[in-house]
Design a protein around this ligand. Sequence first.
Ligand code: ADP
Ligand code: MG
Length: 648
Amino acid sequence: MTSATEQGATEQGAPQAGSADSAQKAGAAEEYGFDEPTAAPLPPDGPVTKDDPFAKDVLPAPKNAQFALLRSLLGPHRARVWLAAILLLVQQAAVQAGPLLVAYAIDHAIPAVRDGRHGALIAVACGYMGCGIASGTLQRFFIRVAARVSQDVLVDLRGRIFRHAQTLSLDFHERYTSGRLISRSTSDVESIRELLNDGLDELIEVVLSAFYITALLIFLDWELGLAALVSYAPLYVAIRVYQRRSMVAYRKRSTAIAAVIVKFTETMNGIRPVKAFRREEPNDEAFLELNHRHERANGDAILEMARYVVGSRVLANVTIAAIVMWGAYRVADGGMALGVLAAFVLYLRRLYDPIDRLGMFLNSYQSAAASLEKIAGLLAQRPTVPEPAPERAVPLPERTGELPGRDVVFDEVRFAYRTGGEVLPRFSLRLPAGQTVAVVGATGAGKSTLAKLLARFYDPTSGRVLLDGVELSDLTRTDLRRGVVMVTQEAFLFSGTVAENISIGRPDASREDVEAAAKAIGAHDFIAALPDGYDTDVRKRGGRISAGQRQLVAFARALLADPGVLILDEATSSLDVPGEKAVQHAMHTVLNGRTAVIIAHRLSTVEIADRVLVMRDGRIVEDGTPDELIADKGHFAGLHQAWRNSLV
Ligand SMILES: Nc1ncnc2c1ncn2[C@@H]1O[C@H](COP(=O)(O)OP(=O)(O)O)[C@@H](O)[C@H]1O
Ligand SMILES: [Mg+2]
């Protein structure tokens, strides 16, 4: 599957979730519809089409989209964020009071004890304890408030990713693999969670305590304080260098892990073609290489970390030693109190101790920031096939007659996929309400494209598609789905019972309606024979449902939806001939009065059509009743003759 490296080859390479029950079908590229959004397999090196922005992890987004996202995530929790900030400020003040008390004890309270006055020392001891208790209690509250905020934010974020990914149009999903969507909502959310739960509070604490401590040092002794301040400069440089290098290492690592996930999901989604073409070994090799690449990237990140830890420790100890020595001389000269020097040493230790962990926090901060950027890029994508604004939406006209059919017009439609040339050049067509139209033509002629435009999976590049005179892009989603339903060969079943799968067509349908639809389609008998009948879980073993049966369920779903226009794109190709006969019978029921577009390889399916369209290169080359076309001795007549011959 990795051989399908170009975007144009998407269809051929697209792994199918469970549509190829017979392995041979895996090769028949055109039978693998467009419905499976995982599409576009990535080669081991990542995207081939380097200029396609969708091939990158970070999607094009407005500048600073990640900050806007952060603001919108935290906005609803503003009060709690402030509360957490205040708790932390007070808690840090309590923590940093310790060395100051020690200095006071050494320089004043202890000498007082020598004079027989104990009050000051007792007061200092109580103060020290009080600060300890206060900081512990405040920290507990802080953790609770912060945890609540971070949990809410994460729930919100995951929900947004899912909701947003669903609203994005098909062309997005064809270009942005589902594996990458999965890593957005798993590993990226996870790295943000790690920062929020295990790193952010410490990171803020370190930064905050650095401010407190610097202020206190300058307050205690401004000369030594300024010396300490100057020592931040090399440390700052070390941190910056580390950050820049680890950023590179982290980018590599996260790209590498994404490639691992993509390869994994793609292989398992396409497990049938993998088996059919014995792709296991090449897949193993490719996966191993990706796996190693990830480990190497990980190793690089760890190495950077180790360098930083060593460097920052050396720097910290040199600084402390130098300051203590200078301080000691000052004490010896009588220019500084011993207690102040002791406080200095304590503060400097507090300042420099967490420096090596600071590298780790910065790492987790960086990887969370990178994840946030990727998520923000995803969330900034807008559907290319948007639902109209409520005030702009045009209601679908009420049906006039008894019959459900609706009038369809393609008006000068031109269409090109984003990744290819023009597929439909100025296409015009009118399908009167209630007509059953068969569309035939070679693979790649544009039949499915026509169907997808009618179902509004895409919008035309120019021109209009009208349903009962209303442009599809002016219809609400609800009206559109009431108007047009498309059944494809893939017939995807969601986890849940058979009945639930049928009632997707009309969620408020009663069990009687569901059964009636299944009966009309001829699916009732096989469903009734399943272990739990209509309540059989389609994903459980024992309830295994064949491709043909899935197709019948999909028909029942469509019948229940009761649309004005029904499109069947190769929807009977999974059925064997008797199965197809049964379906043809059922089709009369389903099509009754509806406008129908039937795309079929088998001409037997075409026999029930009022009208046949032959397509070639995005144009209609023959148009008429089956009998007319046979009489015309054109392309269709040839196909028909060949088919007749094959029957005898
Ligand atoms: N998702 C897609 N992205 C890019 N090109 C596509 C896509 N789907 C189809 N095409 C191209 O559009 C043309 C028409 O395809 P299609 O409508 O699927 O033909 P048919 O259904 O008649 O076999 C083909 O050249 C095909 O390669
Ligand atoms: Mg097709």
